[in-house]
Design a protein around this ligand. Sequence first.
Ligand code: ASP
Length: 375
Amino acid sequence: MSKNLRTLLSMVLVLILAAACGSAPPPDASATASAPPPASTAPEQAGLPTIVVLATGGTIAGAAASDVQAGYTSGQVGVDQLLAAVPQAKKLANLRGEQVANIGSQDMNDAVWLKLARRINEIVAMPDVAGVVITHGTDTIEETAYFLNLVVKTKKPVVLTAAMRPSTALSADGPLNFYNAVAVAANKEAAERGVLVVVNDWIHGASSLTKASTTAVQTFLSPLRGLIGTVAYGEAEFYRGPVGRNTMTSEFSLDKVTTLPRVDIIMAHENMDGAIIDAAVAAGAKGLVIAGVGNGNMTESAVKALAAQAKKGIVCVRSSRVATGRVGRNVELDDDKLMFIASYDLNPQKSRVLLRLALTATTDLKTIQRYFDEY
Ligand code: ASP
């Protein structure tokens, strides 16, 4: 055998061995039989924290035919491609990816919520995992973040991120958002701050953020309760903790929950009557959230219809269609007499999340009003 042939054969052997080692993920001693380790596992570097990335779709995983067109499809890129697109993040943490769903978040639904929340609870129980990053669409990220904030049980960082521009766009915002989200999840200072959302250099608390622009990259604001911090190229600065009970201090749990009760949001407007309120109850709503005008107001006929439903046991929350400000109790309407709940700081979409979880535990109005005060 010539020297060249021997060298070639030994190189082939080395390549075969390397491929075999690479395809066998390192054993995860902490994972239990009922909680399998995340599916896509790259070789891990000693000394770096381990962050699990759960992908659900959205524009961050979206693709368009050209880099300068408005039209695109959400949820086209898988978690492995997403991780591969930001190799810089591998210097911050060992990343393990898992695809939970691949949908536009306008299609977010209870099945994905329950699956996601349960999987996060399994993953954060693994001692070798330092934190979790969830990639999501921007349309309903505030609802998913708030839901997780109430039902995930951990002190470890749980960080959602998203993008306004698809992965194929000129100046896509997803890669830096993802990098910053990994940096925050890997940062010990992010612990015990509830579920966080990192988009466009800002760190929001799950109970505070809301989508404020249909198309702008700077779409998320945290009115009333304020930002938790900022993050620039992975350097995070924390200003405060989250407002409202969350994660470890939340009294909500999915342990005995298989379905979530129906709660509908109804927007108030000029000349509103009660027909849509009655129709929502006829369709099966156990609770209603009114996105009221001003301080949670609505027409006299809407008040009449709502009060009649409240009397029959439908839990009715007054929130507001206004972008910012609290909805107070007994301001222009007598909530005590009408049996209404005031949403306080929570916008209609977050009020709906809280009311759905509340109704898994109780229909007592005093207790539910307390939830709106404390969460
Ligand atoms: N419709 C998209 C979604 O929510 C928008 C986005 O992600 O920015 O999935």
